[in-house]
Design a protein around this ligand. Sequence first.
Ligand code: MBD
Ligand code: FE
Length: 281
Amino acid sequence: MTTTESPTAAGSGTAATEKFSQERVSADTPPERLSAIATDVLDALAQIVDKHGITYPEYRVLKQWLIDVGQYGEWPLWLDVFVEHNIEEVAYRGQSGTKGSIEGPYYVAGTTSLPARCTLPMREDEAGTRLVFEGQVRDLDGNGLSGATVELWHADDQGYYSHFAPHIPDGNLRGTIEVDEDGRFEITTVQPAPYQIPTDGPTGWFIEKAGWHPWRPAHLHLMVKAPGKRTITTQLYFAGGDWLENDVATATKPELILDPKPGADGVDRVTYDFVLDPAAQ
Ligand code: MBD
Ligand code: FE
C-alpha cells in the first residue's frame, strides 16, 4: 500500500482479516459442547424468525449482507464490536485484578520494544494533544512486577490506526514498554480521537439502517503481561469524552476512565496502575 491512499472500509477490513487469519486459532471444544452450543444458537434463531415473522426478502438481504461482511473483511470488526464484550465478561470471571475490556480488531503483536520512560513511535508532525501516561504494574499483594511489559496501541488524532489505514506508517502509536525494576513506566504519546466504524462498508450500513450510531469513545488499548501472571487486555477511556455513555462496542467500564490534568510543565498527565492476577493453574 502507498502512504497517500485514504482509508476505506474494505482496506481496514481486509487488513484485519488477513492479520487474524495468520494466527491459525484453535480451541479444545469437544463435540458434545459444540453440539449443545450450536443447538442453542439455532434455537435462538428459530425463535427470532418466528417472533418477528422474518420474510423471504429479509432472509435474502441477510444472506447478501453476510456475504458482504466477508468480502469486505469486516468479520473481525463486526464480531469485536457486537459480541466480544460478552466473551470478555465471561473470561474475567473469578479475577480480581484490573478490569479487562475487548481487544478489538487492531492489535498487532511484536511492536517496537521501548524502555520504561519513552515516547511512542509517532510521525514528526503527529497531530494531537500531548499526553503523559504513567503508572505501575503490580501483583495482588501490591508488589511491583519488574518483568512486566505494557503493550500500548491507539488511534491517532483522526481516529485511525496504523497497519489498518494506508496513510499511516507501520508501528505508529504502538509499542511494547518494558517496565523498570519497580514495575513503573512513563509513556509520552498523543490523545487519540473517538473511533468511527467505517460508514462505507457493511458494518456501517447495518448500523445506519438500524438508526444506531457508529462511534466508540476515544481510548487507549493495553495488553499487560508479566511472568507467572494472567495477561490483562484492556482499554482506558477519557473522562468527559464523547460516546463514553453509549459506546457502540459496549466496552467501557467506570474503573477504566482516565482524567488527565496539566502537569507542572503544562502537558496533560495521568496515572493508572495495573494489578495482575496469578496465571490460571
Ligand atoms: C476499535 O478501535 C475497537 O477498539 C474495537 C473494539 C472495535 C473496532 C474498532
Ligand atoms: Fe480501538
